[in-house]
Design a protein around this ligand. Structure first.
Ligand code: UD1
Ligand code: CA
Length: 494
């Protein structure tokens, strides 16, 4: 970036947002995994300003708290009871240092698609032209509701007139004010002191600054942009969804251009803070959310939702829900699995179908292939957990840990009653209800011994087809009659 750093970016976010009809302040609604004001802050930060100020009023504490969470170095400015974008800007200047000089940007907390690049272009345009104020404008087919850019005979910007204050003739102007500006801060301060509230809305308009600067003989410019989405604000939930879809389209496109295959962008949702390696493939119906990262050559989906999850290179994750999990390189997960926080699957490990994991470290090459609940566990490398194994980690009061050593084997349908520790190189017999530790080299058998009762079917199930079958086999001196030979395979059909 060759552009000078601005002295400050001021983000206006004091408005009520009544059309959202929401208990949540408008700027805290989210698209692409970030709040609306969060998007504005990321764009602002890209210009590397010396100060970043956010103006708040409606639901002040909620918004200020969120802003601090996103960026603790941001300055909160409280707007008083005087209304309008001009007053909001003035309130920010009041809490910023008095000796600020150079360029100050003003943006909105509810315009989420505006990029840092556009702001950098705005600064360059503003500073190269030696303007006191430069406004981002756009030409709209339907300029309804926006402030209109009034140009003089030479095509220079003479001022901005709000829809409600505009004449019939001015309303026909299709060049609109985006509400995003670069100002020389000294001019801005002086002009704001002159702005009154004598307009249709009784507000102190920031837009009035442009005409005031012009009248003082200063240059005022416009930076016209073609990408209209970048100037769109969110006023209601219909716009929230439209901007969310467009943001997602942009995120998908960015990753495809970086070498990621996205089979169906229309059903693939990728949050703004996700990262994806080259030659990864994202299958339909997949959502990559929060701070999820996907390694190179990984294959995700279909129908998979990963939130704040890390997937290693070449891993494969099918039809899975995962939150705060780590999936190692070359590992496989799913289909139909649920990885909860604290799941760490080692390189080339496997979490198979219908498996739920939580706070579980599964070693390199270890396998939990089928129908298992695995909670509060450490599983060593190369261990195998049989189908239907349950890690019984909760005794009704507290959670306990289970350890399975490396290259150990847990037979199918085992209940591991935690706390329990199976050493390295040990076996647990299928169907066990294990309550004690197992030492290296041992097999633990924790179930009833098999007992066969002669003649039980004849006594207890007389007259049934089962009794008849038992009788026939007994008379033939065989264990099975009329069934395809299963040991030699000679009678098996092709
Ligand atoms: C404003 C502009 C208009 C422009 C439009 C672009 C003015 C007078 N008008 O109109 O020319 O076309 O934006 O969307 O500036 N805000 C505050 N405090 C306030 C009032 C607003 O912080 O007292 C914030 C809002 O939270 C919002 C932004 O400023 O983020 C714009 O406010 P809004 O009421 O939507 O402005 P418009 O009337 O639409
Ligand atoms: Ca608006």
């Amino acid at each position: 970036m060759t552009t000078a750093r601005p002295a400050a970016v001021i983000i206006l976010a004091a408005g009520e947002g009544t059309r959202m009809k929401s208990a949540t302040p408008k700027v805290l609604h989210r698209i692409g995994g970030r709040s609306l004001v969060g998007h504005a802050m990321v764009a602002a930060r890209a210009t590397r300003p010396a100060h970043l100020a956010v103006v708040v009023r409606h639901e002040r504490d909620l918004v200020a708290g969120h802003v601090a969470e996103v960026d603790e170095s941001a300055t909160i400015a409280d707007q008083d009871e005087v209304k309008g974008t001009g007053r909001a800007t003035e309130c920010a200047l009041e809490v910023l240092p008095d000796d600020l000089s150079g360029t100050v940007l003003v943006t909105y907390g509810d315009v989420p698609l505006l990029t840092g690049e556009t702001l950098v272009d705005l600064i360059a345009r503003h500073e190269e032209s030696g303007s006191a104020a430069t406004v981002i404008t756009a030409h709209l087919d339907d300029p309804q509701g926006y402030g209109r850019i009034v140009r003089d005979a030479e095509g220079g910007v003479a001022g901005i007139v709000e829809q409600k204050d505009a004449t019939e003739e001015q309303r026909a102007i299709t060049e609109i004010n985006s509400g995003i500006y670069a100002f020389d801060v000294t001019v801005l301060r002086a002009a704001l002191a002159e702005v009154g509230t004598g307009n249709a809305q009784g507000e102190k308009y920031l837009t009035d600054v442009l005409a005031i600067a012009r009248a003082a003989g200063r240059r005022v410019g416009a930076h016209v942009i073609d990408d209209l989405w970048q100037t769109e604000g969110v006023n209601d939930r219909v716009q929230l969804a439209a901007l969310g879809r467009e943001l997602n389209r942009r995120n998908n496109e960015r990753w495809m251009r970086e070498g990621v295959t996205i089979v169906d962008p229309a059903t693939t949702w990728i949050d703004s803070d996700v990262s994806i390696g080259r030659d990864a493939t994202i299958l339909p119906g997949t959502q990559l959310l929060g701070a999820t990262s996907v390694g190179a050559d990984a294959r995700i989906g279909p129908d998979t939702t990963l939130t704040d999850t890390e997937v290693g290179d070449g891993a494969e994750v099918k039809r899975t829900e995962a939150l705060l999990a780590q999936i190692g390189p070359g590992a496989t997960v799913g289909p139909f699995s649920y990885l909860r926080p604290g799941t760490v699957l080692g390189a080339r490990g496997k979490i198979g179908g219908f498996v739920e994991t939580k706070n579980a470290r599964i070693g390199e090459g270890a396998k939990v292939p089928h129908l298992t609940y695995c909670g509060d566990a450490t599983i060593g490398e190369g261990a195998n957990i049989g189908a239907g194994t349950i890690f019984a980690n909760y005794d009704g009061v507290a959670k306990h840990h289970t350890t399975i050593g490396k290259h150990s084997f847990v037979g199918s349908d085992t209940v591991l009653v935690a706390p329990v520790d199976v050493a390295d190189g040990a076996y647990v017999a299928a169907g066990s209800a294990l309550t004690g530790d197992v030492e290296p080299g041992q097999i633990a058998v924790a179930r009833g011994r098999q007992k066969n009762v002669d003649g039980w079917v004849a006594r207890a199930r007389a007259g049934t087809a089962t009794e008849a079958a038992a009788k026939a086999a007994t008379q033939a001196g065989t264990r099975h009659t009329d069934t395809p030979a299963d040991s030699t395979g000679t009678e098996r059909k092709a």
